[in-house]
Design a protein around this ligand. Structure first.
Ligand code: NOJ
Length: 744
């Protein structure tokens, strides 16, 4: 008993030592604020990139190898009182170099500035600590979503938190809570897909794992929910362009993930850099103050996106100059400007306050939030922790979690005549431009912003490497380029003669943000020709897709005997794909989006009844095959009628009727049959991933409260309207009735 108590205390103590109560933090913040000059306050609200304090030609060029510029650093921290520095000047560093950077920055901040306030360093660690060599990278969010496994998402995020703190960075610009309602968008792969419930569930799991119970803890970091709100639904699919979204749809589809994550204690929010209904979000007080701060009660730090305050002027043409843009953004409620290359924001805000256009009270509000986060993170006591506190950085144990995540994400879309798994003796031709290119498995935000610079981690196995590990000299390879040439096609067709199977690896090149804009959703013609000509050899073709969004397959999908969707599975993706092809892993990923059939069939799974005629999908939302089969039976709904305050218990038996163990994602959909606002045919309202041995049966239970079946009506109010509801679980259906309207 005593030992257990001591152990409990030991685990608890390090946290206790640095965590303050809210009242203590308030006192410390007020005490500091009272001593600050206007310049120091505005400095806290200013965030610049690492370039600004590094040797090199501003804005973009940093000297290689990277070096901090002492004079620039002092100018930023001492003269301007800059409160936050971020990112990496578009490349990765070793863990050791990160430590040098952070230690130097914090040393100047905490010894040479008047008030010794540490810097809040922020980074995009969006699929692992992706700007550090030797860290553990994970599938991009779209791949994590395909696991439908919140525990696994949390494991990945906890490792990311650990490794990010290990390099000395306490603040992450992740998770993305954008609901990917436009699959053309170049940032679709940064989302958890098209469905609000899935985004909400996985987003919260990720957030909680980043932050833990206490962000002062040396293994945790502050998270940033981004991009508030409705970023990944521009009208035309082009990044940073305009969205038209009525308020009830904004609340129905885009708000719930933020509500839940804010409720779970998120420390910061980054704003959507685009305009909604003609108003740039950064200049919209209704969204940033009324909705986010008042209605959602978000008390944390609101950071702008990259140069997004200036963009109110030059991109959206809503302000007439930079200074007016600063005024609009600050009055809308932005706390910190990701400027990022200069101190103009600080100068302009200073002028606005001196001219009486912005009050010092308004400045104080933002500074309080920034200082509070620094205290909460324990930065005043520990601007960073010793390297020796992080023995597991980049460890084998962490790598395995990444491989597990990749394995659980990979989604088997087609498997004609049970072609897969491949027999041990198979002679296999591997080809296609993503076959031997680790960048293609990682996508953007990988060691560089675009993810396309030559990678440092060359020893990570590509698909080809992993296939050779499994099938040895039975594997042959023909290299092809993204724009595949006729000669390459000829060579591949020739090589197919000696093979029993062809593994054709296609997909997308790495990209990030606007560099990933596409005007055509198909694959390049030359890749389609390669696929067709290989199919014409008569040898079965297994198509493996490494892509961040569903590029159209209909021109050749019929001719492929098997299709494996790998998303962007990252550094362990090659191994995971080979495991699936060889059958050492039974696939269990499910699509977190609707795979469209054609360029113009972009309807999503939760479409309206009136859209049904337009639905033509390649593969539906939630779909994914296994090497075993599952049967659903015994659907039970514990009441036929529901009234306010009731909870519905729904259960179903799922049996593995096949010959091998496998994982199934049990998905609960509910459709509101008639409603005052045209109801979607169905909505995902619950899911659970289970594992079953052959012939094993498990009963899966769901609890549904009335609020879970409510929607936002045309008056922007949440209501569950009386009437019939349909329950769908696997191929089973049931019904219940809500006997009264319930308002929330
Ligand atoms: C712009 C991106 O929109 C955002 O997601 C990212 O966190 C910032 N740049 C910082 O890199």
């Amino acid at each position: 008993m005593f030992n257990r108590l001591m152990l409990g205390l030991a685990l608890w103590l390090p946290t206790l030592a640095y965590a303050y109560t809210d009242v203590e933090i308030d006192r410390k913040v007020e005490n500091l604020l009272a001593q600050m000059s206007l310049t120091e306050k505005i400095g806290q609200m200013t965030q610049v990139t690492l370039n600004v304090v590094s040797v090199g030609t501003l804005p973009y060029d940093m000297k290689e190898p990277h070096e901090l510029d002492e004079a620039r650093l002092k100018n930023a921290l001492v003269n301007y009182g800059v409160g936050s520095i971020f990112n990496v000047g578009d490349h990765a560093f070793s863990r050791e170099h990160w430590r040098e950077i952070i230690e130097k920055i914090q040393q100047v901040a905490t010894t040479q500035t008047r008030l010794k306030i540490p810097v809040l360093y922020g980074i995009d660690a969006v699929h692992g600590t992706n700007y550090t060599y030797d860290s553990t990278l994970f599938p991009q969010q779209i791949g994590l979503a395909a696991t439908w496994n919140p525990e696994l998402v949390a494991k990945a995020a906890a490792i990311t938190a650990y490794e990010t703190r290990a390099i000395g960075v306490p603040w992450n610009f992740s998770p993305s809570l954008d609901v990917g309602r436009n699959r053309l968008h170049s940032r679709f792969y940064e989302t958890f897909g098209e469905d609000t419930f899935l985004v909400k569930t996985l987003g919260k799991a990720m957030l909680q794992a980043y932050q833990g119970n206490d962000v002062a803890d040396k293994n945790h970091i502050a998270a940033t929910l981004k991009h508030f709100i409705a970023y990944v639904m521009p009208l035309n699919g082009i990044d940073r362009s305009s969205a038209w979204i009525p308020e009830h749809y904004l609340r129905e589809y885009f708000l719930p993930p933020f509500i839940d994550a804010i409720g779970a204690g998120a420390k910061s929010v980054m704003l959507n850099l685009s305009e909604i209904n003609g108003i740039p979000v950064h200049a919209n007080p209704q969204l940033v103050t009324d909705l986010l701060q008042h209605e959602l009660n978000f008390k944390g730090l609101i950071v702008s996106d990259w140069e997004s305050i200036r963009e109110v002027f030059y991109h959206h043409h809503v302000a007439e100059n930079d200074k007016q843009a600063v005024k609009l953004a600050i009055l809308a409620g932005v706390d910190m400007s990701m400027v990022p290359y200069s101190f103009e924001f600080a100068d302009q805000l200073q002028q606005l306050v001196k001219a009486g256009e912005i009050s010092e009270q308004r400045i104080n509000t933002s500074v309080r939030k920034i200082l509070r986060l620094k205290f909460e993170l324990g930065l005043f006591e520990h601007p960073y922790y010793p390297v020796s506190d992080y023995p597991d950085f980049g460890s084998e144990k962490f790598r395995k979690v990444s491989q597990e995540a990749a394995s659980e994400s990979i989604t088997l879309l087609k498997n004609e005549k049970n072609l897969l798994p491949l027999p041990k003796s198979a002679k296999i031709l591997v080809t296609g431009f993503t076959a031997d290119w680790i960048q293609a498995l990682n996508g953007g935000w990988t060691y560089s912003w675009q993810g396309s610079k030559p990678l440092w981690v060359t020893h990570k196995p590509t698909i080809l490497d992993a296939m050779v590990q499994k099938f040895r000299d039975q594997v042959s390879y023909v290299e092809t380029a993204y724009e595949t040439t006729p000669l390459e096609i000829q060579a591949a067709v020739k090589a197919a003669e000696d093979a029993d199977y062809i593994v054709l690896c296609l997909g997308e090149k790495p990209y990030a943000e606007n560099f990933g804009n596409v005007l055509d959703f198909g694959l390049p013609e030359s890749q389609i020709s390669l696929a067709r000509e290989l199919a014409a050899t008569g040898k079965p073709v297994i198509l493996v897709l490494a892509e961040g969004r569903p590029r159209i397959l209909s021109p050749f999908a019929e001719q492929m005997q098997a299709i494996v969707m790998a998303y962007l599975p990252s550094n362990e993706g090659g191994l995971a794909i080979a495991d699936i092809l060889a059958g050492t892993v039974n696939p269990s990923g499910k699509l977190p989006f609707t795979y469209p059939f054609g360029q113009n069939s972009l309807t999503m799974y939760d479409h309206k009844h009136s859209e049904t005629y337009a639905v033509q999908v390649q593969y539906p939302f939630g779909f994914g095959l296994s090497y075993t089969e599952f049967a659903y039976s015994n659907l039970k709904i514990d009441r036929k009628q529901l009234t306010a305050g009731d909870t519905l218990n729904i259960s179903v038996d799922v049996t593995n009727t096949g010959k091998r163990a496998g994982k199934e994602v049990v998905q609960l959909y509910i459709g509101d049959v008639f409603a005052s606002l045209a109801p979607p045919v169905k909505r995902l309202r619950g899911f659970e991933k289970i594992e079953l041995k052959p012939q094993q049966t498990k009963t899966v239970h769901f609890k549904i409260a009335v609020e879970d079946i409510a929607f936002i009506n045309a008056q922007n109010k949440k209501v569950a309207e009386k009437g019939d509801f349909e329950v769908m679980l696997g191929d089973l259906k049931g019904r219940f009735v809500l006997t009264e309207d319930v308002h929330f």
